[in-house]
Design a protein around this ligand. Structure first.
Ligand SMILES: *Cc1c(COP(=O)(O)O)cnc(C)c1O
Length: 396
């Protein structure tokens, strides 16, 4: 019997090594990795530059403490500030922790304004993590059920609906911030409309709210710009990062601008591991690779190529509702639950995943080549087609 807690419905495979977009299991079978550890392995597996940066660092210094200055942490903060146009970074170890920091900043900001019970607007179908505050912010009953009482101080509105946010703004004086994903990854790869972020910025400015973006999945080139907000010419007050930032080494970041960047003082927040030398070295190497190999451009071009190809081979297939996404965050919505596709694809040597029950999600490493993208489409399309032919559509 396993001594692991039963938190995951694991697939019957374990991987022994990886290179680029490929993984090999313990039996030696090769897989095309279109999941990238759920948008984590942005630069693929065993990237030589990341490997050598980590090797050198491990042999020199892994961890000290935030009691001291940490050079790699300062450097990574400078880099993130320079690339995002934002001012200051708090480092932690995961996406949930980055969002916890953001929520704490919002509450602190509220209290400074004299609001005793500050609230944060959050969206339906959002995902912000599994800690108590972040699961309370998450718009999914499945994530929350059984863990009540939830953390209070969240007001929920539909995704991509500016009028609903406006209504909260005029009726609820306790609101101090909004926390939003621009593409809801776990929520089914829903992309916000082109005017949404600007609309949120205007509402936030009019009411003195902090605009906080959860870029844990969309950040680090995933959508074709280094950060998803950069598609819209609007800068948030707070942005959270994690998944792609360390190329596989755990790291999270809460990035802030203006007032939001100045609120935390010694004693306000902290993390033992957050921003340690090894994790920040991984972050620096990953960002360096993303920049020097033009991976944002690759995510745009190859992502577009994948969507176009999928539309060409699947658009007329009954049961395929929509093919959508931004950059290399791609969703194929079917008209029925399709979780079993993950196993079929696995058997065929393809790693994919399904979110929101009926959306096939592709988040391959950003280094995916044109030929590898073609192989992905050519192998995935027939799997989806034969699944749709032999399974019954969901009752309307
Ligand atoms: C994955 C994810 C999180 C949670 O990150 P963890 O590292 O698992 O805590 C939060 N927000 C978004 C948008 C995510 O995709």
């Amino acid at each position: 019997m396993s001594h692991l807690m039963n938190t995951y419905a694991r697939l019957p495979v374990a991987f022994a090594r990886g290179e680029g977009v490929w993984l090999w299991d313990t039996e030696g079978k090769r897989y095309l990795d279109a999941l990238a550890g759920v948008a984590v392995n942005a630069v693929g597996h065993s990237h030589p530059k990341l490997v050598s940066a980590l090797r050198n660092q491990v042999g020199t210094l892994i961890h000290t403490s935030n009691i001291y200055h940490i050079e790699a942490q300062e450097k990574l903060a400078d880099k993130i500030a320079q690339l995002s146009g934002m001012d200051a970074v708090f480092f932690c170890n995961s996406g949930a922790e980055a969002n916890e920091a953001a929520i704490k900043i919002a509450r602190y900001y509220g209290h400074k304004k004299g609001i005793e019970n500050p609230a944060v607007v959050v969206l339906e179908n959002s995902f912000h993590g599994r800690t108590l505050a972040t699961l309370s912010a998450t718009g999914s009953r499945k994530v929350q059920a059984g863990f009540e009482p939830l953390v209070s101080g969240f007001v929920r509105v539909p995704f991509n609906d500016l009028d609903a946010v406006q209504r909260v703004a005029t009726s609820n004086k306790n609101v101090v911030a909004i926390l939003a994903e621009l593409v809801q990854g776990e929520g089914g790869v829903s992309v916000c409309g082109s005017g949404y972020l600007k609309g949120l910025r205007d509402i936030c400015d009019a009411h003195g709210w902090l605009l906080m973006l959860d870029e844990v999945q969309t950040g680090i080139g995933r959508t074709g710009t280094l950060f998803a907000f950069q598609h819209y010419g609007v800068t948030p007050d707070v942005m959270t990062l994690a998944k792609g930032l360390g190329g596989g080494v755990p790291i999270g970041a809460c990035v802030a601008k203006g007032t939001a960047a100045t609120l935390f003082q010694p004693g306000s927040h902290g993390s033992t591991f957050g921003g340690n030398t090894l994790a920040c070295t991984a972050g620096l190497a990953t960002l360096d690779i993303v920049e020097s190999e033009n991976l944002c451009r690759n995510a745009t071009e190859i992502g577009e190529h994948i969507r176009t190809s999928l539309k060409r081979v699947l658009a007329e297939t009954p049961g395929v509702k929509e093919i959508r996404g931004q950059g290399m965050l791609i969703g194929i919505e079917l008209d029925r639950p399709c979780g079993e596709l993950v196993k079929t694809a696995l058997n065929a040597g393809l790693l994919i995943n399904v979110t929101a029950d009926n959306v096939v999600r592709l988040v391959p490493p950003l280094i995916l080549s044109h030929a590898e993208a073609d192989q992905l489409v050519n192998e995935l399309a027939p799997i989806i087609r034969s699944f749709l032919m032999k399974s019954a559509p969901a009752a309307a």
